[in-house]
Structure formats: structure tokens, C-alpha cells
Design a protein around this ligand. Structure first.
Ligand code: FRU
Length: 483
């Protein structure tokens, strides 16, 4: 079978048609995961924003539904979140608990020379299939701030109120409410801390346990918009600290990046994952504002990252995020090849034969005496991506300049780089889909998420070294499972 569209991902959500950006309103309710998304249903470039909608039982196979929210007299529909109002704090739900969307209304154009952003509500009685806009919208405005958007709301058990984190220029503002309708300003974070390379967008705030300890910490995710001065384009930083219901206080001075690839932006986590499950599950928009409007897909644009479970670990006294693809992915793979204790040098390059639309390669590598080692992902005979570990400089480079179609942007072919803590032992998990690579290093301590536009997903992956040898302590290739 030849695929009609060589770039269409198998494991990642992409819209059936037209434009998509940020994931919105991620929520689990009555057995379904909901993914709303920034959507222009009339064109495959960014335009008047709506909320598209898809549902899934496993976060991998999605069913796209009708548009959830469309522009109205208050403006177009920018990013936001959805919560389950379990105790009817809003008064919208007399019969049984339902969903409330808290989103940004964005108003600009001829009649409104001054852009205006404000927060509004909509609610649903039928598991998100149809939505009613609240008659007293908007519920939160600001007299002077122009950037005032992307509300992420959660129920804060300790203070018994709703908390909203909101992107307000190059800071995050925190508001609280008893009922989702009346909001009180609590505090503003970030004026003198973190990266200010661009406008701050799409915050998320949640608490996570620190693995192998009894500690818990609060994590604040902040996406940073594109700034032409920097090659990185749009990307995501995060802060670790404490939150008391009023103020977030960070506990470090360094800048922490969520992903070292170019293509993970505006990601947030799911609300209302059941307590018995207990996971914090995140997904991001797999693109970059630098070239998102120009990527070479036809009739549709953009895809989401794989859903990832987030946790916190301490490495050398520093607490950081670790990301793992959710376990729901496992049934989509079957093992094709396994190897143990195999030496790779300049003569013996181990090659995995793949020929599939998606694949997974897991490796535990030990560097014996190589100066550089890594893998080449052969998409076709002539199109390839390389992942090179540099033992001297302790870094890893992902190079996609020969990966296929790259000329839609000057920036796209430039390498992506991760500084590693060491290269003697390296664990890699690579997931290749039709037009993306997700590389999880050392159990997800570092992640590199990267789009590619080859003619075929993957014919094979080979291991290489330059001078010296490495040992494949363990290797495993998995290909699509037959369902
Ligand atoms: C982030 C973002 C948000 C905004 C939305 C508009 O990618 O710029 O700040 O709400 O996209 O589509």
C-alpha cells in the first residue's frame, strides 16, 4: 500500500485538514481524553482562530470531532484550558458535573485598532460535543496589558479555589477564583528570572513528587515566542519551586529547557487525570513559529508531540523534569530485532533494516574509545538524519540538513544540540514517525523533538563511530504491530 500522503504521521495527532497550532483544553472526562487545538478551519496557514476537537481512549488514536468553539462578537478563540467542575462551583451544572472551557478572546481589526485579549468561559453538557458560551463573557480583562492570554486553570485543593496562570507579556500572572467567574489577582512572576528571549505564552503550573524522595515541587512551564535574533525560534522553559496558593517562588537561577529539539512548543498537561492513575501527562505542538506556516505538507499543517509522562528527578543536586512517552504507545510496536554486547567500529557498523512508516530503536551504548559515535537514520537511499555524540565536548547533535525537503526555511537545516552530562554510557530511545523524530536520552533526562520531511519515514538505522569503538550493551528494534 502506498500512503496517499507521505508526511502524514501514524502515531501523532494531525488535523484532517487545514491549520493547527497549540494544544488546548487537554482534559480527561468519562473515559475519554480530549484534545482541543488552535485551528483555522478555512486555510492551512494561521488565521482566525477556532478550537478544533478530537477525542481518544489511549491518546494515540484520535477521532476528530466538530469544531468546539468559533469566533463571536468578542473576538477569535485563542489558547486556554478545560476543567471538570466536579462540585458545580460555577452554577452551570444543576444535574451532573460537566466541562468548563476557560479561553482567551482575541479582538483586533478595523473596528478595534487596539488589540484586546480577555478571558472567557464556555460550558458543555454533552462531554464536549457542543458548547454554550457564558452570557457574561468576558470574565477577566486588563485595563492596559495587550498580551493577556492562554489561561491554564486548575483546582487548588489546599486553598480550596481555582487558580489561573496567565501569560502577561514577559511575565506570568496568577489569579484565583471560587467559581471560575470572579477572578482576583494574586501575584506576577518572572520579571527578573528565566529567559526573556521572546514573549511568554501558554503557561502551566502543577505539583509533582521528586522521585526517590518524599519531596514535592511545583513546576511552571512557560513557552517563549519566536525572536528573529535567535536560531532556536520558539521554545519552552520551565521553573521548579513552590506555590502556596498565591505566589510561585522558583528555587534555582539557571534557565531550564524542556526540549532540545526545535519542534516542541506551547505544550501543557492534561487536567483531571484520575487520582488512581496519578500521571502528569503533557503534549506539545510539534512545530516552531519560525517556519510553522511554511512546512511542506499539503492541505493540512502541524502535528502534536507524543503524549509524555512528566516526572521530577534529582541529578547532581539539581531537580529537573524527565519525560517518557506514555505506556499507551507500547501496543503499537512489535519487536523485530534484539542485540546484546555487539562491538561497533569504523568497519562494523551495525545496521537495522526497517522499511516501515514508523519504528522505535532502543539502545544502551558504552563508549570504549570513540571520539564520535552515533546513528544515521536512513529515510531513503539519499535522505538521512544523523545523531552524533561528541565524546570530547559532551554534546549530541541532530543534523537534518539531508533529511529530505528542507528548503522551505533557512533555519530548518541548522543543527540541534544537547549538552550531555557524560557520554561514556548513553541510553537512547528513538521514535521515528513519517515526518518526525523524538529522541529520549537517558530515560528522558533530555529530549530532542524534530520534524523531518523525507520521501519515506525510514528504511533503516545504522550505528557508526569515528576512530575507536563503542559497545552496544543492549539494542532493540521495534516496528509497527499488526492490529
Ligand atoms: C502560542 C500562541 C498563544 C496564542 C495562540 C494563538 O503559540 O501564540 O499565545 O493563544 O498561539 O493561536
Amino acid at each position: 500500500i502506498t500512503k496517499l500522503d507521505k508526511y502524514r504521521p501514524a502515531l501523532h495527532f494531525s488535523p484532517q485538514q487545514n491549520w493547527m497550532n497549540d494544544p488546548n483544553g487537554l482534559v480527561f472526562f468519562k473515559g475519554e481524553y480530549h484534545l482541543f487545538f488552535q485551528h483555522n478551519p478555512n486555510d492551512s496557514v494561521w488565521g482566525p482562530m477556532h478550537w478544533g476537537h478530537a477525542v481518544s481512549k489511549n491518546m494515540i488514536e484520535w477521532e476528530q470531532l466538530d469544531i468546539a468553539l468559533s469566533p463571536d462578537e468578542h473576538g477569535t478563540i485563542f489558547s486556554g484550558s478545560v476543567v471538570v467542575d466536579w462540585h458545580n462551583t460555577s452554577g452551570f451544572f444543576q444535574e451532573e458535573p460537566g466541562l468548563v472551557a476557560i479561553f482567551t478572546h482575541h479582538l483586533e481589526g478595523e473596528n478595534h485598532p487596539q488589540t484586546k485579549q480577555m478571558q472567557s468561559l464556555a460550558y458543555s453538557y454533552d462531554k464536549g460535543r457542543t458548547w454554550l458560551k457564558y452570557e457574561n463573557n468576558p470574565v477577566l480583562t486588563h485595563p492596559t496589558k495587550i498580551d493577556f492570554r492562554d489561561p491554564k486553570v486548575f483546582w487548588h485543593e489546599a486553598s480550596h479555589k481555582w487558580i489561573m496562570v496567565l501569560a502577561t507579556g514577559q511575565t506570568i500572572s496568577i489569579y484565583s477564583s471560587p467559581n471560575l467567574k470572579d477572578w482576583t489577582f494574586e501575584s506576577e512572576f518572572g520579571e527578573k528570572i528565566g529567559s526573556h528571549d521572546g514573549v511568554w505564552e501558554c503557561p502551566d503550573l502543577f505539583e509533582l513528587p521528586v522521585e526517590h524522595s518524599s519531596e514535592k515541587k511545583w513546576v511552571l512551564l512557560v513557552s517563549i515566542g519566536d525572536n528573529p535574533e535567535f536560531d532556536s525560534g520558539s521554545r519552552t522553559q520551565y521553573f521548579i519551586g513552590s506555590f502556596d496558593g498565591h505566589t510561585f517562588v522558583e528555587e534555582h537561577d539557571d534557565i531550564k529547557w524542556l526540549d532540545f529539539g526545535k519542534d516542541n512548543y506551547a505544550g501543557v498537561s492534561f487536567s483531571d487525570i484520575p487520582k488512581e492513575d496519578g500521571r502528569r501527562i503533557y503534549l506539545g505542538w510539534m512545530s516552531n513559529w519560525r517556519y510553522a506556516n511554511h512546512v511542506p505538507t499539503k492541505g493540512w499543517r502541524s502535528q502534536m508531540t507524543l503524549p509524555r509522562e512528566l516526572s521530577l528527578i534529582e541529578i547532581d543536586g539539581e531537580i529537573q523534569i524527565v519525560q517518557k512517552a506514555v505506556r499507551e504507545l507500547e501496543p503499537f510496536f512489535t519487536k523485530k530485532e534484539e542485540l546484546n554486547h555487539v562491538i561497533v567500529n569504523s568497519k562494523d557498523k551495525h545496521h537495522f533494516n526497517i522499511h516501515a512508516d514508523y519504528a522505535e530503536v532502543e539502545l544502551v551504548l558504552e563508549n570504549i574509545d570513540a571520539t564520535q559515535y552515533g546513528l544515521t537514520i536512513h529515510h531513503t537511499n539519499t535522505q538521512y538524519t544523523t545523531i552524533t555524540v561528541d565524546a570530547k565536548d559532551n554534546k549530541l547533535l541532530l543534523e537534518r540538513k539531508h533529511s529530505g525537503n528542507v528548503d522551505f526555511s533557512d533555519n530548518f537545516p541548522k543543527p540541534q544540540m544537547v549538552k550531555l552530562n557524560g557520554t561514556e554510557q548513553l541510553q537512547l530511545r528513538l521514535i521515528v514517525d513519517s515526518s518526525s523524530l523524538e529522541l529520549f536520552l537517558n530515560g528522558g533526562e533530555h529530549v530532542v523533538t524534530s520534524l523531518v520531511y523525507p520521501d519515506k519515514a525510514c528504511e533503516g538505522v545504522s550505528l557508526f563511530t569515528s576512530e575507536g569503538e563503542i559497545k552496544v550493551v543492549h539494542g532493540k528494534l521495534s516496528i509497527p504491530a499488526k492490529n
